[in-house]
Design a protein around this ligand. Structure first.
Ligand SMILES: *Cc1c(COP(=O)(O)O)cnc(C)c1O
Length: 389
């Protein structure tokens, strides 16, 4: 019998993607400063990075990474429970807990890894998860890995969430969790943390919030939308976005931290974050509470961009943050506009299905406090001068 080559599916999947014009590839860029890169043979003003406070190039943070590398070496050399916990790891966790106004903090190697592994540690096959329809892929990954049954409620629709909670209580579900984000990465809108806390309390559900786009930028002292809220059981923050470096952390109660150290495989079976990264996170954490002027500037940029785009006839969806989508709907138009902007020296990602729902293709502008008013005006003028033909 003729055998199909064992990797035939690879070629087939790639060909299908190419045919749908959805084949992705990696483009090399070189950073110049927090908002400019060279790439595609030119200098581009970058509206795609998550470096919301421009900290990735901050001299104090670079110096801290270098200092810890010199003192502790390039690697932590083992997992945390073996011999990879240095004094700097524990000290940073204490500082993260204090800065977020939460009882305890635990470092994880990335936001993706945190979500993919915390959820299976907290949930089992008898559990039920209620998650917002628009949550990040890493959360879906974690929920699936837990084996829990899950229901995706309509985006930010707390009535839908509450009726699902009522039903679950009637069915006698043993363990329930509400899983959502505080700021949604593709729409830039926010969830109602107060209302979520109230529902979680009323129905006895674990409340798990992914604060990836808020830490550094929003909330008390810029420490996220769940800062100072002990009622939220699990909060995940990443250090790859506003913190300007890498890694992630979870804030929770002391006993939950102890539980994760013992039962969370993505914490246990991986090498501890390297000293350079610990130094960078620590230095960013020292700076962030003092960056109110930067946060105000960032908020003003988005408060200018949204009405300007709307005045040009475009939808910015429900954005209320530094993430501002320009929803065009059509994939082709979205690609056209993205190409046009690139020709004019502006980098803006086209986001298309399957990342977003069909018919909601968009450009996603991620603003940074390092963007100037002039940068923003140039973006707006360039979009205004686009004629789609
Ligand atoms: C970026 C992001 C993550 C992943 O964080 P990394 O540290 O980049 O792995 C998780 N959740 C959300 C909502 C994100 O936007």
């Amino acid at each position: 019998m003729e055998q199909t080559p064992k990797l035939a599916f690879v070629e087939q999947a790639l060909a299908e993607r190419a045919q749908q014009q959805q084949l992705r590839s990696l483009q090399p860029l070189h950073p110049i400063d927090a908002v400019r890169v060279t790439g595609y043979g030119q200098i581009l003003l970058n509206f795609t990075s998550n470096d919301y406070l421009g900290l990735s190039k901050h001299p104090q943070i670079i110096a801290a990474a270098q200092r810890y590398t010199a003192q502790y070496g390039t690697g932590a050399t083992a997992s945390r429970l073996v011999s990879g916990t240095y004094d700097i790891h524990l000290h940073l966790e204490e500082q993260l807990a204090a800065a977020t106004g939460r009882e305890a903090a635990l470092l994880l190697n990335s936001g993706f890894q945190a979500n993919a592994t915390l959820l299976p540690a907290l949930l089992d096959r008898q559990s039920l998860v209620l998650c917002d329809r628009l949550v990040h892929n890493s959360l879906i990954h974690g929920i699936r890995a837990s084996g829990a049954r899950f229901i995706r409620y309509a985006h930010n629709d707390l009535n839908h969430l509450e009726s699902a909670l009522q039903q679950a209580v009637q069915q006698g579900v043993r363990r329930m969790a509400i899983v959502t984000e505080t700021v949604f990465s593709m729409d830039g809108d926010c969830s109602d943390v107060e209302a979520l806390i109230q529902l979680a309390n009323q129905y006895g559900a674990i409340l798990y919030l992914d604060d990836a786009h808020a830490v550094g930028v929003l909330g008390q002292r810029g420490m996220g939308l769940a800062a100072d809220r002990p009622e939220v059981d699990i909060v995940v923050g990443t250090c790859g976005k506003a913190f300007g470096s890498f890694g992630a952390f979870v804030t929770c109660s002391r006993s939950l931290r102890q539980y994760l150290i013992n039962f969370c495989p993505g914490f246990i079976y991986t090498t501890a974050l390297p000293p350079a990264v610990i130094g960078a996170i620590e230095a960013a954490l020292l700076l962030i509470p003092s960056l109110d002027a930067e946060r105000l500037h960032l908020a003003q940029l988005s408060q200018t961009l949204r009405p300007e785009l709307q005045a040009l006839g475009y939808s910015t969806a429900a954005s209320r943050s530094h993430i501002v989508p320009l929803v065009l709907g059509s994939e082709t138009r979205t690609l056209h506009l993205s190409d046009w902007l690139k020709q004019q020296g502006i980098l803006a990602t086209a986001i298309r299905p399957p990342t977003v729902a069909a018919g909601t293709s968009r450009l996603r502008f991620a603003l940074s406090s390092s963007h100037t008013v002039e940068h923003l005006q140039y973006l707006i003028q360039t979009i205004a001068s686009w004629t789609d033909c």
